[in-house]
Write a protein that binds this ligand. Sequence first.
Ligand SMILES: Nc1ncnc2c1ncn2[C@@H]1O[C@H](COP(=O)(O)OP(=O)(O)OP(=O)(O)O)[C@@H](O)[C@H]1O
Ligand SMILES: [Mg+2]
Length: 274
Amino acid sequence: MLPRVIATRYVTPLREGGSLPGLMEADDLGLYVVKFRGAGQGLRTLVAEVIAAGLARTLALPVPDLVAIEVGADFAPAEPDEEIQDLLRRSVGLNLGIDFLPGSLDFDPAAFPVDPQLAGRVLWFDALIANVDRTVRNPNLLQWHGLRCIDHGATLAFHHRWETADAFAGRPYDAGMHVLLEAAPDLAAADRDLAPLLTPEHIAAAVAAVPVDWLPDDPAIGDAAAQRDAYVRILGARLAARDAWLPGVEAQVRAGRPPAPPARERMAFLRDGD
Ligand SMILES: Nc1ncnc2c1ncn2[C@@H]1O[C@H](COP(=O)(O)OP(=O)(O)OP(=O)(O)O)[C@@H](O)[C@H]1O
Ligand SMILES: [Mg+2]
């Protein structure tokens, strides 16, 4: 279970985040980056955040602590910005709070060397959970007493389509744009050290931490208990199927970053809405 707190103050929006997270104070006097249940990305992103952070903690990868934060109906009317007012109105209830890391800096690979061991562990973890959001452009790593991994809402994409979710186990992971690709990640060491840590019990514990409120009945898969079973089964299957996806990531590490497309192609790519 995630610890529960009650929001007492909306401090400020974090406009650098695509989902418009907000900084809130809670009744434990803590400050939290709040990912709102009413954001366009939906409840599944909150579920992915909780499961990924639980797995990361089992693997001794640094992630900020999480809480479930209760947001009351009295915040929206007090907010002058209409977009935030709407978001707060849609988010009454239980939201995700991420321990705010004061003074943290966005990760800059040029300024902050990451050793091959840590790079390998982060890349292995991202490949396991299929994290598409750890790129050069959007690293989702913070520098704060070392490195902190954040923003796992776009992982575990299988839960957006349960009908095909079992295929996730062997799905290749594209590490071409991973921010740590050029830090000489030692994937072999990561695999040797990390895989044995993720026992079925640890996976189940990470899944059990998701509040039941974020697992409403889903016709494609069933109630919260059925969903939890599916997460545990599919993550266990992906772990067991490393032969299907890890060699591909190792090959990408050996090959290094693919060359940037020539300028003209790049312009077309940008025009297409990137
Ligand atoms: N725990 C934290 N402590 C301090 N700052 C944080 C924390 N979590 C997030 N931030 C800051 O807020 C920004 C947005 O957070 P995050 O990436 O989790 O949100 P998001 O809406 O999913 O963003 P996007 O989808 O645009 O990547 C981060 O890049 C970072 O600068
Ligand atoms: Mg982000």
